[in-house]
Design a binder for this molecule. Structure first.
Ligand code: XMP
Ligand code: MG
Length: 180
């Protein structure tokens, strides 16, 4: 009965599938002949990562990391900490960071800076969703699935209080659910 907490479906399963395949084709074109490494930022991007990597037709390795941004409720703060680091060395490799959503930019600007210090051959960001209205830190995005308005969204990996990740679509959460 997850549906009862959803105000509006933003992107259906079908729309997500189509867009993920388009992004994969773009990546295939841009990195033709190269080997890439996808880095999924846990936990929100795990479903996007799973679908994206299966639509990519290049030699590809995967790794995962986890960060926490100290902030509760529905916004992050400027303080970010790595809670699970990568297992692989990224130096000399073509990296694509796979994120669920770019919001204030606090998390990703910090994360990208850390990864750049490890000397990858190249580094790009692929985010499924971009919420530009709330940006406080500039972040360069190379692949973006959808631009969304300033609303709290869940599903397809995205959570509120760890719930709703298993919704197959992306929807706007009713504000009364989080006391908004
Ligand atoms: P920042 O603000 O650092 O935020 O760019 C990135 C992280 O904040 C979470 N976030 C959301 N999670 N629905 C969610 O489920 C949202 O609408 C939302 N906005 C931000 C998310 O963890 C993201 O990685
Ligand atoms: Mg996230």
């Amino acid at each position: 009965m997850l549906e009862k907490d959803i105000q509006e479906v933003l992107f259906s399963e079908e729309q997500l599938k189509t867009r993920v395949n388009e992004i994969a084709q773009e990546i295939d074109r841009d990195y033709a002949g190269k080997e890439i490494m996808l880095i999924s930022v846990l936990r929100g991007s795990f479903i996007f990562m799973a679908d994206l990597c299966r639509a990519i037709d290049l030699d590809c390795t995967l790794d995962f990391m986890s960060v926490s941004s100290y902030g509760k409720g529905t916004s992050s703060s400027g303080q970010v900490q790595i809670t699970k680091d990568l297992s692989e060395d990224i130096s000399g490799r073509h990296i694509i960071v796979v994120e669920d959503i770019l919001d204030s930019g606090n998390t990703l600007s910090y994360l990208l800076k850390i990864l750049e210090h490890r000397h990858p051959a190249s580094i790009r960001l692929c985010t499924l969703l971009d919420k530009p209205d709330r940006r406080v830190k500039p972040v360069e995005v190379h692949y973006s699935g959808f631009t969304i308005p300033d609303a709290f969204v869940v599903g397809y990996g995205l959570d509120y209080a760890e719930k709703y990740r298993n919704l197959p679509y992306i929807g706007i959460l009713k504000p009364e659910v989080y006391g908004g």
